[in-house]
Write a protein that binds this ligand. Structure first.
Ligand code: ZN
Length: 255
């Protein structure tokens, strides 16, 4: 099976359309989103409707998705993020709010697990440092866990035979951030992986292009791709809706 995966689209319709067109040109069998479908951007309904229109689209919930329907306290979000969430809540059609409410926090599909934040705390935990990544490797049973939330693409892995606490040898860890388009990355059967999909709709690794991944479960390999999309179009739609200027500005910088 060939999967098209992305995360953190954040109501960015031009980015989502560009990523979906790329997946379709690669004839993926299924689409996967690791949450934060909404928040920040100007097209929450249109983005949800693209996902709902495909029977082979699976998503899990992100912190912004919960916040958009009152499933999470928004006090702790930064001011501009909070403003965008309140705007999103007012925009969502009832049936699309229902779609967000039905999203699960964690799902197992084929050979992999999907979450937004981390396998230990699927909604809120950010996996940035090796210490948290190492702890989280115990919290899922498949060989791969795909996540998002940080908006920075990365691959973390440990050797499987070093995972048992009773027999702990020095762990062979590997943690790398991913830049730009990659070639084929082979995943090794003797290792266990946490793979961050970066962000389709608001990358924060200084590359403003939408980030997405093709994963082939038969050959156990993947490839990251960065996709150009119409950034000025989404920025002008955000301006028309009076969304915060800092959120508009960051899209062209990839911050
Ligand atoms: Zn996000």
């Amino acid at each position: 099976m060939l999967y098209g995966l992305f995360s953190d689209n954040h109501s960015n319709l031009p980015a989502l359309e560009a990523v979906m067109a790329y997946f379709e040109s690669n004839r993926v069998d299924s689409y996967i989103c690791c949450g934060d479908i909404v928040g920040y951007g100007p097209n929450p309904n249109e983005c949800i409707e693209i996902m709902k229109s495909r029977h082979n689209f699976v998503a899990v919930a992100g912190n912004h998705d919960l916040a958009a329907y009152g499933g999470k306290d928004i006090t702790w979000f930064e001011k501009d993020a909070r403003e965008a969430i309140i705007w999103t809540t007012g925009q969502l059609k009832p049936e699309n709010t229902e779609y967000l409410k039905r999203l699960e926090n964690k799902k197992i599909i084929d050979t992999f697990t999907i979450v937004h934040g981390s396998p230990r705390d699927p909604i809120d935990e950010y996996l940035v440092y090796t210490e948290e990544l190492t702890e989280n490797i115990e919290y899922f049973d498949t060989s791969i866990c795909f996540a998002g939330h940080t908006h920075v693409p990365s691959i973390f892995s440990v050797a499987r035979n070093n995972r048992k606490k009773a027999d702990r040898k020095p762990e062979i860890k590997d943690f790398r951030t991913i830049t730009g388009n990659t070639g084929k990355i082979e995943l090794l059967p003797e290792r266990k992986y946490i793979i961050n999909l970066g962000s389709a709709g608001q990358p924060r690794d200084r590359d403003p292009r939408a980030c997405c991944v093709l994963y082939d479960s038969i050959t156990s390999s993947l490839r990251y791709s960065r996709i150009e999309y119409d950034i000025p179009a989404v920025q002008s739609a955000m301006r028309q809706n009076n969304l915060p200027e800092s959120l508009i500005d960051r899209l062209s910088k990839g911050l």
